[in-house]
Write a protein that binds this ligand. Structure first.
Ligand code: UDP
Ligand code: MG
Length: 311
C-alpha cells in the first residue's frame, strides 16, 4: 500500500479549505492502492481557517485530516517546514490551498516517483492571469538567480513538488531559519522530473504576497544560496581602483602638459562615485550579517499552538 501526505500551508484560506479537500478526495480516492492524508498547516490565520479544518478533521471518511496550527503568522516557508516535520508517509507533496496547484496532477506525480524519480515538480508553462508586474519581477528573479546562485532553480518551477521520504529527511536536515524551499530542494540534489501545467487563477480569497514581501523573499533566497555578491563586490572594488589609477595618470599627464586646475569638479564626481560604491558594499555586507545573525539566533522555525498529531 502506497502512502501519501499532502501538506497544505494555509494563511487566511477559509473559503478554500473545503474546496481543496473536495478536489483532493475526488482525485486521490480514484487511485488504487493508496492511503492518503492531508496535513493542513494553519499559519496563524485570523479568519476561520482553523475552524474549517477542525470541522473537516471531525468528519473525514476519505482520509484523515491532520492539522498543525501556529501561534502567529510565521510565513509559508515555516509552514512547509512544519508540515514536512509532521509528515510520516512514504510520499509527501507540497500544495497551495487556493487550487493553483491542480490536484489532478497528483496521480501523474506519483507515477513519476514509481518510475524511480525521487522528486516530481510541477512547472508552470504560462503565467496567464498573473499581474504583469508580478510576472516581470518573477522572470527577473529567475534571471538574477541564475547569475548569482550556486543552485540551479528551474524557471517556472513551483514549490508544488512531490517527494520521497529520503528527500523529506534531507530537507529537514537543513535547519536554517531563512528558508527558501525551491533553493533547498535544488541544493539537496536527488533526481527530479518536471511536469508542465497551465497557470490557473486562485479559486477564492486573495494572494498573501505583496510586491514588497516577494522582493524581500527573493533577496533572502538569493543571499541564502549564494556567496557570489561578495565576489562581485571584490571585483567591483578592484575595477574602481583601476579606474582611479587610470584617472590619476590622465590628470597628472594633462596638468603637466597643459597646466590649469579643473580638479574640483572631478573630485566631486569621484567622491560621489566612491560614496555610492561604499553604500552598495555596505548593503551587501549588511545582508550577510543579517542572515548570519538570524542563523546564530537559532529561534524555532515555528511554535505550535495546537495539533491533533501526537509525535
Ligand atoms: N501562505 C502561508 N503563509 C503566508 C502566506 C501564504 O501559509 O504567510 C500560503 C497560502 O495560504 C497559500 C500558499 O501559501 O496556500 C500560497 O500563497 P498565495 O496563493 O497567496 O501565493 P501566490 O499563489 O499568490 O504566489
Ligand atoms: Mg496562490
Amino acid at each position: 500500500m502506497r502512502t501519501l501526505d499532502v501538506i497544505i500551508p494555509c494563511y487566511n484560506e477559509e473559503p478554500c479549505i473545503d474546496l481543496i479537500y473536495q478536489h483532493l478526495s475526488e482525485t486521490l480516492n480514484a487511485c488504487d492502492d493508496l492511503q492518503w492524508s492531508v496535513i493542513f498547516v494553519d499559519d496563524g490565520s485570523s479568519d476561520h481557517t482553523l475552524e474549517k479544518i477542525k470541522q473537516l478533521s471531525g468528519c473525514t471518511p476519505d482520509g484523515p485530516v491532520r492539522y498543525v496550527s501556529f501561534s502567529r503568522n510565521f510565513g509559508k516557508e515555516s509552514a512547509i517546514y512544519a508540515g514536512l516535520s509532521y509528515s510520516t508517509a512514504e510520499y509527501v507533496v507540497l500544495m497551495d490551498a487556493d487550487l493553483q496547484h491542480p490536484p489532478e496532477l497528483l496521480p501523474q506525480m506519483m507515477e513519476a516517483l514509481e518510475e524511480g524519480y525521487d522528486c516530481c515538480g510541477a512547472k508552470r508553462v504560462t503565467r496567464g492571469g498573473e499581474p504583469p508586474v508580478r510576472s516581470m519581477l518573477s522572470k527577473a528573479f529567475y534571471r538574477l538567480t541564475n547569475i548569482f546562485m550556486n543552485v540551479d532553480l528551474h524557471n517556472g518551477g513551483s514549490d508544488f513538488q512531490m517527494m520521497k521520504r529520503p528527500v523529506v529527511e534531507a530537507m529537514l536536515s537543513m535547519p536554517e531559519r531563512g528558508r527558501f524551499t525551491k533553493g533547498i530542494l535544488s541544493w539537496v540534489g536527488f533526481e527530479t522530473k518536471w511536469i508542465e501545467y497551465e497557470n490557473v487563477e486562485r479559486v477564492a480569497g486573495t494572494t498573501k504576497w505583496s510586491v514588497r514581501s516577494l522582493t524581500r523573499y527573493a533577496l533572502s533566497g538569493i543571499i541564502s544560496f549564494s556567496k557570489a555578491p561578495f565576489l562581485w563586490a571584490v571585483w567591483l572594488g578592484g575595477l574602481i581602483d583601476l579606474a582611479a589609477l587610470v584617472a590619476a595618470v590622465i590628470f597628472i599627464v594633462r596638468i603637466a602638459v597643459r597646466g590649469g586646475v579643473w580638479g574640483p569638479s572631478i573630485l566631486i564626481v569621484l567622491g560621489l562615485f566612491f560614496m555610492g560604491t561604499v553604500f552598495i558594499l555596505l548593503g551587501m555586507l549588511g545582508e550577510y550579517m543579517a542572515q548570519i545573525y538570524q542563523e546564530v539566533q537559532r529561534r524555532p522555525v515555528f511554535i505550535v499552538k495546537q495539533t491533533n498529531i501526537s509525535k
